[in-house]
Ligand binder design. Structure first.
Ligand SMILES: NC(=O)c1ccc[n+]([C@@H]2O[C@H](COP(=O)([O-])OP(=O)(O)OC[C@H]3O[C@@H](n4cnc5c(N)ncnc54)[C@H](O)[C@@H]3O)[C@@H](O)[C@H]2O)c1
Length: 268
């Protein structure tokens, strides 16, 4: 995509962290913004913050794990703006329990938001984007956890590796059929956001998700730095958005385990 002014970007999980920074970054290009997030005061507050900066924002309360709500989001975006050009399937949550101690409702919750939310977003928006035939881009938020697993993080890693597989397939299918919409997958390492705190408020079982460690981690990025990388990937049609070079060695270790040593590489 090369033209952004006046075009429309939808961002799920847009009221906080990475999603909010993406909304801000797209708005700087003169785009109109559809900010989707779960119902609550932080959606309206974040939308109001962008509007105060003169941005045209449609705020939609939407639980991305629910197909009907994502369909309603797509309908609301089309009604308000006529069609969308960028969709960032970015909403995410996590837990912090061992596999055998994770409740089935927590499994359903994380996979529902982190994987089904992306499936819903692609299915709800892409047919209309393709029917309109204009250049467009879909960015799905995965994580380095989709490449390299860590203890106490299984529902998240399962979902994020699914998002990577879905996104690679999507990119290939769009390329194969020479369609004007492209795709990227965002795989961040640690970014300073409220992911753990927000997940703590929502987790069905109440099992605590550890809070963010105090102080800055060595290669931690800000949401704004990551949003810049996302925008750059859309502008230059780059599929992989790997924000942290430190993950390269992890990926090599994993590949070596698969191909040579038969060992499992873990992040912890
Ligand atoms: N922060 C990191 O270190 C990091 C690293 C890798 C990947 N990620 C991914 O980045 C994405 C954004 O997370 P963040 O770090 O900005 O956290 P965040 O908590 O600041 O933002 C996530 C947003 O998603 C929203 N959300 C939660 N459940 C939802 C639902 N059912 N429907 C709609 N919205 C919902 C939350 O309300 C919140 O506004 C997530 O997919 C996360 O997994 C984050």
């Amino acid at each position: 995509m090369k033209e952004f002014k006046g075009r429309v970007a939808v961002v799920t999980g847009g009221a906080s962290g990475l999603g909010y920074a993406m909304c801000e970054r797209f708005a700087r290009e003169g785009m109109r913004i559809v900010m989707a997030d779960i119902k609550g005061p932080h959606l309206e507050a974040s939308a109001a913050r962008l509007r105060a900066a003169g941005v045209e924002v449609l705020a939609v309360a939407c639980d991305v794990s629910k197909w009907e709500e994502v369909q309603a989001l797509a309908a609301a975006a089309k009604k308000a703006f006529g069609g969308v050009h960028i969709v960032c399937n970015n909403a995410g949550v996590r837990t912090m329990t061992r596999i055998w101690e994770t409740s089935i409702e927590d499994w359903r919750w994380v996979v529902g938001v982190d994987l089904w939310g992306v499936i819903h977003g692609v299915r709800a928006f892409l047919p209309d984007m393709l029917a309109r035939g204009e250049p467009g881009h879909i960015v799905n938020t995965a994580s380095t956890a989709g490449f390299i697993t860590a203890r106490m993080n299984a529902p998240y890693s399962v979902s994020k590796s699914g998002v990577i597989a879905l996104s690679e397939t999507l990119y290939n299918e769009l390329r194969h059929d020479k369609l004007p919409v492209s795709a990227s997958v965002l795989c961040p390492g640690t970014v300073r956001t409220n992911l753990r705190e927000n997940s703590n408020k929502l987790v069905p079982s109440g099992a605590p998700v550890a809070s963010h460690p105090q102080g800055k981690l060595p290669d931690e990025l800000t949401p704004e730095q990551v949003a810049e990388m996302v925008f750059d990937a859309i502008r230059n049609d780059r599929f992989w958005i790997l924000t942290h070079p430190s993950v390269h060695a992890d990926i090599e270790r994993r590949a070596e385990g698969i191909i040579k040593t038969g060992k499992v590489a873990s992040a912890n």
